[in-house]
Design a protein around this ligand. Sequence first.
Ligand code: E4P
Length: 218
Amino acid sequence: MKFFIDTANVEDIKKANDMGVICGVTTNPSLIAKEGRDFVEVIREIASIVDGPISGEVKATTEDAAGMIAEGREIAAIHPNMVVKIPMTVEGLKATKVLSAEGIKCNVTLIFSANQALLAARAGAAYVSPFLGRLDDISMPGIDLVRTIADMFAMYDDIHTEIIAASVRNPVHVTDCALAGADIATVPYSVIEQMTKHPLTDAGIAKFRADYEKVFGK
Ligand code: E4P
């Protein structure tokens, strides 16, 4: 399983990129709004940091296929690594079909069922994004959805759509996604940081330092 970072915050993106663990970025309208910056400006800056797929979502106010197609073309023109993120609706599928046929990669987002993922794959999506945390929030195990989609896609040689496990909220989610067969997990920086930590690592470093200093000094 590969990692993308799920943020539009360039400082967090730089930190994760410097660690060498991420190979892409996902954003959404909420994450862009949180930064309060111009969409194109922030996406260009992200593209200058990470050399990999960057998902930019169509505006939350664009609901028709024609609008999503026009906006998707604009997003794709920002940088060759752009992936157009499109909501899982009938109009979104129509837009995915057209944009994918033009060679523009689409990430169909807000996936909450295996059937939605299958439809998105058949419409030509390069990626589907099942949201496990939001399912957990309503007492439905989100990881089951990731596993079901992975099992289903694996049964068909002609499905090349990659699964981006999204709405990942904690390190346990990450391990579960890897074991469930997600191709990618898109993870906030706070979770990446949590994943680096273990109390025995800290205790081990402190002991090595103390033992060394006892004999050799600081
Ligand atoms: C990524 O593609 C999603 O937009 C994101 O992971 C949603 O996460 P959230 O449910 O924590 O907002």
